[in-house]
Design a protein around this ligand. Structure first.
Ligand code: HEC
Length: 210
């Protein structure tokens, strides 16, 4: 009979020692017979640190840090150092009223191509806000031919494409900065076309329209 009690006590001890401590969290390192170099005093990414006042192990970069071997002058594209081109802004933070890229037929061609893919579904092929999405309930799409948008700085349109505006999403992941300028050039062409007069047509071709 005595052995039956011993066996029972042993089984209880075994059960508790195997099952009883599951789910317990501890910050101390596990007991290791051969620790080798498994536990080292080092910081892991995004861990906390008591050493720094802000409690972060990751240290922010000092302002103006550039990658080794690159400078803003030598590598403006990598560092996006040109605010006009990469943010549509002047040095004082206002929106640029010009194109920081060369406007030529190739740019307009590219702009027309990107516009048809990324803007036309909502803004319409003519830029009048009558895109296909209107029929599905997106009724707030404005027309580019409103005076407000005709008068809008190129840089502000760049900003709208980059960051979106209210219900319009950002297209920064789909259009590179250069493509955004191409689309803006095409938007300007649409606006110009809508408000053109006979005087805009070359004199030798006006006869065909009369
Ligand atoms: C999914 C539909 C949709 C697409 C695609 C879209 N837009 Fe818009 N866009 C809108 C809506 C809606 C607004 C009005 C946002 C608001 O409430 O001010 C708008 C507003 C604008 C405005 C006016 C911003 C202002 O300050 O009032 C411009 C400029 C513009 N879009 C340009 C573009 C260009 C360029 C593209 C293509 C890269 C594009 N949009 C693609 C829906 C769209």
């Amino acid at each position: 009979m005595r052995y039956a009690y011993y066996t029972l006590a042993f089984l209880v001890l075994l059960t508790v020692s195997i099952m009883g401590f599951r789910g317990l969290v501890t910050t101390s390192a596990p007991v290791m017979v051969f620790p080798d170099m498994d536990n080292q005093s080092k910081y892991k990414p995004q861990a906390s640190s008591k050493f720094f006042a802000d409690g972060r192990a990751d240290r922010p970069l000092p302002p103006g840090t550039v990658p080794h071997g690159r400078t803003a002058a030598a590598d403006p594209a990598f560092l996006r150092a040109d605010d006009a081109h990469y943010a549509g802004k002047n040095a004082d933070g206002s929106f640029v009223r010009r194109f920081p890229v060369a406007v030529n037929p190739a740019l307009l061609q590219r702009g027309a191509d990107r516009f048809a893919i990324y803007c036309q579904p909502c803004h319409g092929a003519l830029g009048d806000g009558q895109g296909i999405t209107k029929a599905y309930g997106m009724v707030a799409t404005p027309s580019y031919h409103d005076d407000r948008i005709r008068a809008m700085a190129e840089g502000e349109i760049f900003n709208t494409i980059t960051n979106g505006k209210n219900t319009m999403m950002s297209y920064a992941d789909k259009l590179t900065p250069a493509d955004r300028w191409a689309v803006i050039a095409y938007v300007r062409a649409l606006q110009r076309a809508r408000h053109a007069t006979l005087a805009d047509v070359p004199a030798d071709q006006q006869g065909e329209l009369k």
